[in-house]
Design a protein around this ligand. Structure first.
Ligand SMILES: CCCCCCCCCCCCC/C=C/C(=O)SCCNC(=O)CCNC(=O)[C@H](O)C(C)(C)COP(=O)(O)OP(=O)(O)OC[C@H]1O[C@@H](n2cnc3c(N)ncnc32)[C@H](O)[C@@H]1OP(=O)(O)O
Length: 727
């Protein structure tokens, strides 16, 4: 848990030991405290070094233990940090890998800090719904000043050693032998006065406009937080560092920590942390999983199509230092694509430069633009990113099947289309897989990985590993229309539009959803994505346009309720932001400020009149429940259909791909929090009121779980009916 050894005659080395990341469990903290006491009591020890096993200092407190903390529990980690600082002998932190959260707090208790050049430090607690409560909110401002402490503590960002040195968090950077260098330093400084090195004794560096800095920071975090409490509480704790003596500041920090831990948001954010890690450990319904399948190395990749998605994908691949072939169909598109990719890469390089990272990502030798399919002969993997047209995709895959080497993996970037239909035109369907990137693809963290009927475990492992290489979170899902994300989005958007028919305005629906914590409500989202995307899909499905059977009632399709409102908007050229008008009015085509549109109000009134709909007042609760519970209901069906293998998969997809607020833990976690019986009863109520909306009828799987007494979320999948045995 923490090994104690002597290095030479006078230095004691305490090595934190708790694989894989040296999390500070109570056993580790206890062993650390014992080590420090032992060194203090031993007159032959003149100095101490604290380091971590396996090249990592520590990733902080053990997050899994937070749920069992009791209000009366002793703040053992904070006491140990104080103990280190109070030591009569100099203590040096030798930071390799990471010193995060409680790990950094331990380092701040030390009198000196040496870090390896690749080490990262930070206070990511805010992302877990809490704050650095082992005196970190009181020490960091004293060490680096208020503006920098506000930045680090409220964003949770990790900083590389070079930046940490600039900020004053660490004293020295080394390129190798971090622990040995720390031992040398410890020997050198032994006997020197420690007072000036104890951060708790330092004053917070004063600034003339301190009040204004704190107030501005509060306004800024509140605007961004969308209901998340932890950033605001972090500021309150930092404010306490400014206004109170150290010991009182620590009391305030603890009080705020207790409040956050009990708020429910911390539980949701910590669930999300582990859900993100759980989805990496994928399983297929056949039982094959990440444990047995191994990924193939991808050295060279190709991207077909340099539209918005293709450009983002190329940028991601280049950033991951792969060789990339970017292919377009004509010279004009190729030139436009090349220019766009170049400027995206320049932008990325400048961002990396600012954060002290190496920026050699723009090396043109690694990126080849071409019109020639022949250039794809030796690539290990292809990502086709042309627009959503099945015929076009099939034509490309037919070509790829003959041109690419037989072992190449063939990925299609699609948000809804049938992977099996695409795979069927190739000679290696087991090497075909869906990779649904989210726009902008070089920014968005989610990659929905869609297994087709024939996709091999190696292909899945390779696509999941590609996600990791691209610094994305890959989630494996089954093949159905819209997969997980868009399949759940459909009933959500459908409800939003039905609510307009019934009497709402777009901004009322958006405000309710944004009040819940989404970055964007459904109408602002539709305007951003482009209304024509859905219109094309509905025309393809024969729900509107020339394929619609004559005499079909305007508001009904196959005896289900249907709203032609979005079709009418598209017929008027109101495609959303890019057209300057959609559900909202924008200052110009491509404008970003969504203004309520009187034209739309008139249009909605006339529409209701034409169809004999009496507008009614719909309260915020109904807006929210109808939109969110319709989406969640589909989530239960997706679990029952084994399209997602666990609720965590759905939650991660929604957090990283659709802006679901992290402090609400994802749609399925949210359902478990408000209670399955509640979700069921509200769906029952709404489906009785709207019997022509099948998506409001509760999923049989939700009903089953409620009948079983609403088991905890981690048990849900054990109640999914297994497919009948083929034996
Ligand atoms: C009720 C009131 C009581 C009051 C009591 C009084 C007050 C008490 C005071 C208590 C004060 C505590 C203050 C300190 C808080 C903290 O330190 S919170 C933790 C902060 N640290 C983090 O958020 C870091 C989280 N980890 C990471 O970001 C990454 O894991 C990594 C370190 C950067 C490594 O990344 P990578 O190499 O990609 O590996 P991963 O797959 O992410 O992780 C590997 C496995 O390790 C598990 N893990 C990681 N960190 C932790 C952790 N801190 N605790 C527990 N487990 C951790 C991770 O889950 C992986 O395991 P598997 O899930 O099994 O795969």
């Amino acid at each position: 848990m923490a090994q104690y050894r002597r290095a030479g005659a006078a230095v004691a080395v305490i090595r934190l030991h708790n694989a894989p990341v040296n999390a500070l469990s109570s056993a580790v903290v206890q062993a650390l405290a014992q080590g420090v006491k032992k060194a203090d009591l031993d007159p032959s020890v003149k100095a101490v070094v604290i380091c971590g096993a396996n090249g990592k200092f520590s990733a902080g407190a053990d997050i899994r233990t937070f749920s069992s903390l009791q209000p009366r529990d002793r703040p053992a980690l904070a006491e140990t940090v104080s103990l280190i600082e109070r030591s009569q002998k100099p203590v040096v932190a030798a930071i390799e890998g990471v010193a995060l959260g409680g790990g950094l707090e331990v380092a701040l208790g030390c009198h000196y800090r040496i870090a390896h050049a690749q080490a990262r430090v930070g206070f990511p607690e805010v992302l877990l719904g809490i704050l650095p409560a082992a005196e970190g909110t009181q020490r960091l401002p004293r060490l680096i000043g208020i503006p920098a402490a506000l930045d680090l503590i409220t964003t949770g960002r990790h900083v590389l050693a070079a930046e940490a040195l600039k900020l004053g968090i660490i004293d020295e950077i080394v390129k190798e032998n971090t622990v040995e260098r720390a031992i040398e330093l410890a020997s050198k400084v032994s006997g020197q006065p420690l007072g000036p090195r104890k951060i708790s004794l330092k004053p917070v560096p004063d600034l003339p406009d301190m009040e204004a800095i704190l107030s501005e920071a509060l306004v800024k975090v509140k605007r961004k937080a969308r209901g998340r409490l932890s950033p605001e509480m972090c500021i309150q704790a930092i404010k306490a560092a400014v206004q109170l003596p150290f010991a009182e500041g620590v009391e305030k920090e603890r009080e705020l920590f207790r409040f956050l831990l009990g708020s429910g948001q911390a539980k949701a954010q910590q669930y999300a942390f582990f859900a993100e890690r759980a989805v990496e450990k994928w399983t297929m319904p056949s039982g094959t999983s990440w444990k047995t399948a191994s990924a193939q190395p991808i050295r060279k990749a190709a991207v077909i199509g340099l539209g918005t998605m293709g450009r983002g994908i190329v940028t991601s691949l280049v950033k991951a230092k792969m060789l990339v072939v970017a292919l377009e169909q004509d010279q004009k598109q190729l030139d436009i694509g090349r220019e766009a990719v170049t400027s995206l890469l320049q932008w990325e390089a400048s961002k990396m430069q600012q954060s002290g990272q190496s920026q050699d990502i723009c090396d043109p030798a690694r990126l080849q633009f071409t019109l020639d399919f022949g250039a794809l002969r030796d690539v290990d993997l292809v990502i086709e990113a042309v627009f959503e047209d099945m015929a076009l995709k099939k034509e490309i895959f037919r070509k790829l099947s003959t041109i690419c080497k037989p072992e190449a993996f063939l990925c299609t970037n699609t948000s809804a289309l049938d992977i099996d239909e695409i795979a069927a035109v190739t000679s290696h369907p087991h090497q075909v897989i869906g990779t649904h990137f989210f726009s902008p693809a070089h920014v968005m963290k989610l990659l929905e990985v869609i297994r087709g009927h024939h996709t091999s475990p190696t292909t899945i492992a390779t696509a999941m590993s590609l996600a990791k290489t691209l610094n994305k979170v890959g989630v494996l899902v089954g093949n159905c229309f819209g997969f997980v994300g868009n399949r759940m989005m459909a009933p959500y958007v459908e409800q939003a539009i039905f609510l307009l028919e019934e009497g709402c305005k777009p901004e009322e629906v958006d405000q309710a959803v944004e009040g819940f914590g989404f970055h964007m409500g459904p109408f602002r989202m539709l305007d951003l994505a482009g209304l024509d995307v859905g219109w094309r899909s509905r025309k393809g499905q024969g729900l509107t346009g020339p394929k619609l059977a004559p005499g079909t009632p305007a508001r009904q399709r196959e005896s289900r309720r249907y709203s032609p409102l979005p079709d009418f908007l598209c017929e008027q050229g109101r495609y959303g932001q890019k057209a300057g008008k959609g559900w909202y009015l924008y200052e110009k085509p491509g404008g970003r400020t969504a203004n309520p549109d009187p034209w739309l109000y008139n249009f909605l009134s006339e529409y209701r009149e034409t169809h004999g709909i009496k507008a009614r007042f719909v309260d915020q609760e109904e807006i929210l429940e109808r939109c969110l519970y319709a989406l969640i209901n589909e989530g239960f069906q997706i679990l029952a259909d084994r399209i997602a293998s666990a609720p965590e998969d759905i939650d991660v997809i929604y957090i990283y791909g659709y802006g679901w607020p992290t402090h609400r833990g994802g749609p399925m976690f949210h359902a478990s929090t408000v209670g399955l019986p509640h979700v069921l009863s509200r769906l029952q109520k709404y489906s009785e009121a709207h019997p022509d909306i099948p998506k409001l009828q509760p999923s049989p799987f939700l009903k089953k779980l409620v009948a079983l007494g609403s088991p905890p979320l981690r048990e849900w999948v054990s109640h999914v009916r297994q497919p009948s045995s083929k034996l």
